[in-house]
Ligand binder design. Structure first.
Ligand SMILES: [Zn+2]
Ligand SMILES: [Zn+2]
Length: 217
């Protein structure tokens, strides 16, 4: 299993990176990305630390660990600047905290994010068709999520993604160990998104493609 959206206590997750990664490996994960929430106050603190521990963990456990970020509540017009700052510091994967219906994410976040050279737009809520088309053009994957609240628009996101020929990935947005992926969560989430089980493999392949495009495999 591949999961490109998780959190540790470097933002609002409950586990140390080492414990999260080991628990994921124990559950059968092959690849995990740690994508803690960052903004202008924390990106330069978080990125070097996650890079360091990711390296240690993947060299000692049989799992690939990607050091990413989730750019969160950054003013939409500044997302592009934050993306280049994160990449400059070596961040390997850029997720943006999209306009979920579960929170009051700044309007325009989806639009500016898909134009900013990111990899994944997380839980995009009621994303506009024009932004799905932009995501396709810019090779940004949209996210189907297992996370309660954010998952309310999975079906809408999945339908538009397929209609526009864009790409989606399957993530857990794990904040605690019980959030990690398993068979029950996969089946439940696909059913909730109105997707056939075969789409899980397609989404996993899309996740693998992102990693290859970024030169991480
Ligand atoms: Zn969070
Ligand atoms: Zn998240």
């Amino acid at each position: 299993m591949i999961d490109l959206h998780t959190h540790t206590l470097f933002s609002d997750g409950v586990l140390l990176p080492s414990e999260l990664v080991y628990r994921a490996k124990f559950k059968g994960y092959k690849i995990i990305a740690i994508t803690d929430h960052v903004d202008y106050s924390t990106y330069d603190y978080v990125i070097p630390r996650i890079l360091k521990v990711a390296d240690v963990l993947q060299n000692n456990y049989d799992i690939q660990v990607i050091a990413g970020v989730e750019i969160t509540y950054v003013p939409p017009k500044l997302i592009k600047d934050m993306v280049s700052r994160c990449r400059q510091l070596g961040s390997q994967l850029i997720v943006v905290h999209g306009e979920t219906v579960a929170e009051t994410v700044p309007e325009g976040t989806n639009h500016y994010a898909v134009q900013a050279g990111i990899d994944i737009l997380a839980h995009p809520g009621h994303i506009k068709k024009e932004d799905v088309l932009l995501a396709k053009e810019n090779n940004v994957c949209l996210e189907i999520t297992t996370r309660n609240g954010h998952n309310a628009t999975n079906k809408e996101v999945a339908t538009l993604t397929l209609e526009c020929g864009a790409k989606f990935v399957f993530d857990t947005d794990s904040h605690s160990p019980e959030d990690l992926m398993d068979k029950t969560k996969i089946e439940k989430t696909l059913a909730n998104a109105g997707l056939d089980l075969k789409y899980f493999d397609i989404m996993q392949q899309n996740a693998l493609d992102i990693i290859k495009i970024r030169g991480l495999r």
